[in-house]
Design a protein around this ligand. Structure first.
Ligand SMILES: NC(=O)c1ccc[n+]([C@@H]2O[C@H](COP(=O)([O-])OP(=O)(O)OC[C@H]3O[C@@H](n4cnc5c(N)ncnc54)[C@H](O)[C@@H]3O)[C@@H](O)[C@H]2O)c1
Length: 279
């Protein structure tokens, strides 16, 4: 594999699982050294150990807490000497409740993880990137930030705001050789998706209905099931994923829905976009 990220240092939030884990694995394959910031110690350590201590470190970090996120960014720079890529990816589904059921406290908590963390990550990464002459920041938005899915109030609002934060940050830092982009996954089978869609576990009962609503709200999602279109979608994405993208978003909705539990394969597609945006 071409080492597109040779010599680069990346910080991936939510890197212990799903899309973040897939991205950490791909970044290391591409030659980067990676720090995983997460709150799931068991999974985070397992991913880091699997990738090798010299290439990957796990740092327990609650991204909703400024002191912890800042300390993790600073630790990345002390450990590996620089910070080239920040992947603001950690996320939670947030409470699946209607507006009138949702409490202000739940709204705040969700926003802290899904939106405030992105702002804080950008804020504290920028000085390091400016000092070294550039960098790449990638934020994970969602289909839910574009289409309204029932009962995803906090999640949807935060993910829409992530897209605009991406544009604002891109404009503000265009002169500093710091690129800021977003990826917009559709449905990718990960632990978070499963817990809300009913693929297994607690979400099963509620999720059967959620799946139907997702399909109705997002007609293009079905095209991802058809292999031919699926491949064309990937080819299109590759063509569009060029390294000078700035202030834009790579939209996976047309093809990223998957019915299998092979999270690595599907997460890799988001990871692959992140790689191209970082190279
Ligand atoms: N899976 C999908 O279908 C889908 C679709 C669109 C967007 N996304 C987004 O992709 C991103 C990754 O989600 P995923 O599907 O890989 O889920 P996941 O559950 O597999 O991974 C999320 C990771 O974030 C970590 N995390 C949660 N709260 C945290 C906190 N406060 N501090 C640090 N880490 C925290 C979790 O421990 C976990 O490792 C999220 O931002 C999610 O909203 C996912």
């Amino acid at each position: 594999m071409a080492q597109r990220l040779a010599g680069k240092v990346a910080l991936i939030t939510g890197g212990a699982s799903g899309i973040g884990r897939g991205t950490a694995e791909l970044f290391v394959e591409e030659g980067a050294r990676v720090v995983i910031a997460d709150i799931n110690d068991e999974k985070g350590e397992a991913v880091a150990n699997g990738l090798g201590k010299s290439r990957c470190r796990y740092v327990r970090t609650n991204v909703a807490k400024e002191t912890e996120l800042r300390a993790c960014i600073d630790a990345t720079v002390s450990e590996f000497g620089r910070l080239d890529i920040l992947f603001n990816n950690a996320g939670v589904s947030g409470p699946l409740r209607s507006l009138k059921e949702l409490t202000v406290e739940e709204y705040r908590e969700g926003m802290d993880v899904l939106l405030l963390s992105n702002f804080m990550g950008i804020k504290h990464a920028i000085p390091h990137m400016e000092r070294q002459g550039g960098g790449s920041i990638i934020n994970t938005s969602s289909i839910a930030g574009i289409r309204v899915l029932p009962h995803t109030v906090v999640y949807a609002v935060a993910k829409a705001a992530v897209l605009h934060l991406t544009r604002v940050a891109a404009v503000h830092h265009a002169g500093s050789n710091i690129r800021v982009n977003a990826v917009i996954p559709g449905g990718i089978v990960t632990p978070m998706f499963a817990s809300t869609s009913g693929a297994h576990g607690e979400g099963r009962r509620r999720g059967a209905r959620t799946d139907q609503r997702v399909f109705r709200a997002q007609p293009t999602i079905k095209t991802g099931w058809r292999a031919g279109r699926h491949r064309r979608g990937c080819a299109l994405l590759r063509k569009r994923c060029i390294a000078f993208r700035h202030g834009s978003s790579v939209d996976h909705r047309r093809w990223s829905y998957a019915r299998t539990g092979d999270e690595r394969r599907h997460a890799e597609r988001s990871a692959s976009s992140a790689t191209k945006l970082s190279a």
